[in-house]
Design a protein around this ligand. Structure first.
Ligand code: ADP
Length: 483
């Protein structure tokens, strides 16, 4: 098995690392965005809600106090104190009542009550100008709210009520909420980080496994396969890669077999030539007839060599995919030409050739390749026929197809060999094929040529003995496209 070089080994963590970093960074960015949102928006909203409820509560309290003072013609320390005692105890930290000039008439702050002084708080000034006022702030864990409203008598401002509240209870609630969200954020962050780390590791782990399989195959270990787990896209890529490698392995096996078969085929005639020349050179006083016989044998072996190399060249061209431009070719005239060529050989062995060819059977191909296909099939039929046998060739139209059959009553093909006779250099009877001048490449050439034009070829045995080859080509109408 091939090993991976050190340089390739080094590539792995880089690719894996970069993917993992990309995943990790995108997760972290996402979490950061979510956390920023989670830690700001609800807090802003709840703070705002608290301010609003404070404003309503304070305004209500102040208006209760204002209505308690509303019936007084003018405000004095005494009548204000009397009126204020009637107002239900509120939870305000401080309540101030001033006259129209801002002089304090009533103050609930016991320690440094400011009765007699002027209370010129912004809210009081606002109230003395006839407006209701409210301000609130949230600082150092406490809500500080201030509200003031004017006291009117017959539409005349006779004073102002000011209330101040220092609330730690609601602030503590808000702080609790804040810390809950923070704790939740920390837990969510930890969970997301752990899950994303596990997921990205699993993902990059799969990718690096696949990558290592690709590298092994690239290095020549065609039998290596990627381990496929699950059904996700990466598993599908792994599956496709394994199929690709299967094909690669098959192609590689075929190529190796082809090269070894080809060299073996070339070696045999070369060895014969070498033997014959050695015999001529080393035999003293060799008579001219024997020499002529040996030279004739050398000529035959040379012919064989050139036939093999021609067939190999043809196959290489077919493999290369450089298919020549086809034209519409009528099959019948080409078939007639081939049969005329074969007549002499057939006659020598008293084989009768019968032909039944439909006219205007046109296919997209080149004349040369069509000639090659027909020649190989008819040549085989004659070659593997018994002396005095019959070879029947028929060409007919079947729907959109041109169908050619070449049938003989010869030796036939053993059933177990039928699937393999189209393989390169495959011969059922090597000696017979060689003796008849076969290269073992004829049927491979037929199959590759026909396939290149979208057709197919099959072989079968006839019940009455002998073999039959059937070729299907897509047919074209005269002057038109494919059927
Ligand atoms: P070859 O040059 O040996 O004829 P082919 O590729 O043309 O090579 O054929 C492959 C093998 O298929 C032959 O060796 C022969 O064994 C068998 N074969 C082909 N055609 C026939 C036939 N008509 N009858 C019997 N066997 C055949």
């Amino acid at each position: 098995m091939a090993t991976i070089s050190r340089a390739e080994e080094k590539e792995r963590p880089r690719v894996r690392g970069s993917l993992q970093i990309k995943f990790g960074l995108s997760y972290i960015l996402l979490i950061a965005a979510v956390l920023v949102l989670l830690n700001t928006y609800p807090l802003i909203v709840s703070e705002d809600l608290a301010f609003r409820s404070k404003a309503t509560a304070m305004e209500n309290s102040v208006s209760v106090m204002v209505s308690a003072l509303a019936n007084l013609e003018s405000l004095t320390e005494e009548n204000v104190s009397a009126a204020m005692t009637l107002v239900a105890a509120t939870d305000m930290s401080r309540i101030l009542v001033t006259d129209a000039a801002g002089k304090v008439l009533y103050d609930t702050r016991e320690s440094d009550g400011a009765v007699g002084d002027y209370a010129l708080y912004t809210e009081v000034v606002q109230a003395l100008l006839g407006n209701d006022a409210f301000t609130a702030s949230y600082r150092s864990g406490a809500f500080r709210s201030r509200a003031a409203a004017p006291v009117l008598y017959q539409n005349r401002i006779i004073g102002a009520v000011y209330a101040y509240e220092y609330d730690m209870g609601q602030a503590a609630l808000l702080r609790g909420f804040q810390s809950n969200i923070r704790n939740l954020s920390i837990i969510v962050t930890a969970m997301v980080l752990v899950v994303s780390f596990i997921m990205s590791r699993a993902l990059t782990g799969k990718i690096s496994e696949l990558l290592s399989a690709i590298r092994q195959v690239r290095a020549g270990a065609y039998s290596h396969r990627a381990a496929v787990r699950g059904h996700d896209e990466i598993a599908q890529i792994g599956d496709e890669f394994n199929r690709l490698t299967d094909r690669l392995q098959t192609t590689e096996d075929v190529r190796r077999r082809f090269v070894s078969d080809a060299s073996h085929e070339l070696k045999t005639p070369l060895a014969a030539i070498r033997l014959l020349t050695d015999s001529i050179l080393q035999t003293e006083n060799i008579d001219p007839d024997t020499t002529r016989e040996f030279v004739a044998d050398i000529g035959r072996e040379a012919d064989r060599l050139s036939r093999i190399s021609e067939d190999l060249l043809r196959l290489t061209r077919l493999d290369g995919g450089a298919v020549p431009m086809p034209s519409e070719v009528d099959v019948a005239p080409v078939l007639e030409q081939v049969l005329r060529m074969m007549e002499l050989v057939a006659e020598e062995r008293r084989i009768t050739l019968y032909c039944d060819a439909a006219e205007h059977c046109r296919v997209l191909a080149t004349k040369d390749e069509l000639h090659q296909v027909l020649y190989n099939l008819v040549d085989n039929a004659v070659k593997y026929s018994h002396d005095g046998g019959q070879v029947r060739v028929s060409l007919r139209r079947e729907g959109g197809q041109a169908v050619l059959t070449v049938a003989d009553d010869g030796v036939g093909i053993p059933e177990e060999d039928l699937p393999r006779i189209f393989q390169r250099f495959y011969r059922v009877d090597k000696a017979r094929s060689r003796a008849a001048g076969g290269t073992g490449l004829g049927l491979s050439i037929v199959q590759d040529t026909v396939k290149n034009r979208g057709g197919s070829v099959e072989a079968a045995n006839r019940p009455q003995g002998g073999a039959v080859f059937t070729v299907h080509w897509p047919r074209v109408e005269e002057g038109g496209g494919e059927e």
